[in-house]
Design a protein around this ligand. Structure first.
Ligand code: PNS
Length: 163
């Protein structure tokens, strides 16, 4: 049986922490979908299509593009996307007890809704402090985000790839 997993998130923008989880999850499952979901609880910086494009460029740079599907989902429950593509697992990165508290109710609800299990991966310690909100703040104030994001995102945020 094909084991299909989904890494969901806002990815606003994708960080080195996200990419670490994506690369490791791609090694654990037969097929991996990275799905950009609008989170109404957060003020978005980038349009969804731009976030998808930056993930596509980042996984290309990382050499895993052939094994990962990048998509967005705005049609309802995340588990409906999982059902549509035959995914039985959600993969999330857990950096701290704050993440555990945030993710636990969602994991329970997603299992109740559709039997979709959630697997938590611990980040590489080098990325444990990295978040998209930190990246947005440092970038907005003119700081160097190169250590925190894939090269494609650093270039984009520096203005080199603004269409
Ligand atoms: O990167 P984020 O913002 O922490 O990701 C949160 C996200 C998008 C994964 C979460 O908000 C989500 O799963 N949204 C989908 C809506 C949904 O299915 N809600 C009900 C079950 S939790």
């Amino acid at each position: 049986m094909q084991r299909i997993a989904v890494v969901p998130g806002s990815f606003d923008p994708v960080t080195r922490g996200h990419l670490d989880v994506i690369e490791r999850a791609a090694g654990l499952y037969d097929e991996l979908h990275v799905v950009v979901v609008h989170n109404p609880d957060k003020n978005a910086l980038l349009p969804i299509a731009q976030r998808v494009s930056l993930i596509e460029q980042s996984i290309e740079e990382a050499g895993i593009a052939g094994r990962v599907v990048v998509a967005s989902w705005s049609m309802g429950l995340l588990v409906d996307y999982c059902t549509d593509v035959g995914a039985t697992v959600l993969v999330k990165g857990i950096r701290s007890q704050v993440d555990v508290a945030y993710e636990t109710p969602m994991a329970i609800v997603n299992r109740h809704l559709a039997g979709v299990e959630t697997v938590f991966l611990l980040p590489d310690p080098a990325n444990a402090h990295v978040s998209s909100s930190l990246v947005r703040q440092v970038s907005a104030l003119g700081g160097d985000v190169t250590p925190y994001v894939p090269p494609a995102v650093a270039d984009f945020l520096a203005g080199a790839r603004i269409p």
